[in-house]
Design a protein around this ligand. Structure first.
Ligand code: ADP
Ligand code: 5GP
Length: 204
């Protein structure tokens, strides 16, 4: 059982929609207020990704054992790999008193909604599938097959994101600064985070 802390913040949206970019900026601007929930995944690390920081990189076998042992709040298979939020990941952030930020896909969101975590649910919407493809290609982290899979999945995710009531807010990430400002406003209005908690620009 995961103890309740402040309402977690869930960022969901198609791969390439800008979740990590926005999340990183949020944690940089409010380092004392937010903590990232480090998920488990069976996918291989990308260049620059560190085990225990960006993800806990694991094997399918170990992940299945951990699921069997009831260590996860939610799990999903995305683009052929397993992902999941462990109880420990959320508990570690909760213990610091910070708001836990989860970057998860929609099957995970559906499962989290069934828990008593009562998260704030944010959907990051790309301007179009074409722009999403351009951004994913430019990011250059996926091979062609994985990229096509992610784009296929994106269509269903966008549909789910657009259903009224599935998320508390849909943020269109056309211009990054504008999208971030919307996210920041949403947080200032829906949490006890205040402008005074923000690290001054010169300190960043
Ligand atoms: P996600 O975490 O949702 O998969 P990322 O944050 O990695 O997405 O963003 C995908 C790519 O798009 C990254 O290379 C990022 O720098 C870029 N990006 C994010 N937001 C914008 C934007 N508003 N305009 C142009 N490029 C963006
Ligand atoms: P990526 O491989 O690009 O890091 O992530 C692929 C997808 O998996 C993204 O939509 C991301 O939000 C999602 N994801 C990352 N961690 C988790 C998790 O713990 N649970 C779920 N359900 N999805 C996750």
């Amino acid at each position: 059982m995961v103890q309740k802390g402040p309402r977690p913040l869930v960022l969901c949206g198609p791969s390439g929609s800008g979740k990590s970019t926005l999340q990183k900026r949020l944690l940089k601007d409010f380092p004392d207020k937010f903590g990232f929930s480090v998920s488990h995944t069976t996918r291989s690390p990308r260049a620059g990704e560190k085990d225990g920081v960006h993800y806990h990189f694991t094997t399918k076998e170990d992940m299945l054992t951990a699921i069997e042992n009831d260590e996860f709040i939610e799990t999903a298979t995305f683009s052929g790999n397993m992902y999941g939020t462990s109880k420990k990941a959320v508990e570690e952030v909760r213990r610091t008193g910070r708001i836990c930020v989860l970057d998860i896909e929609i099957e995970g969101v559906k499962q989290i909604k069934q828990t008593d975590l009562d998260p704030l649910l944010v959907f990051i919407m790309p301007p179009s599938i074409e722009e999403l493809e351009r951004r994913l290609r430019k990011r250059d982290t996926e091979d062609e097959e994985a990229l096509q899979k992610r784009l296929e999945t994106a269509r269903c995710e966008i549909e789910y994101g657009n259903v009224p009531g599935n998320f508390h807010i849909i943020i269109l990430n056309d211009r990054l600064n504008k999208a971030y400002e919307e996210l920041r406003e949403f947080i200032l209005q829906n949490t006890d985070v205040a402008e005074g908690d923000e690290v001054a620009t010169k300190d960043k």
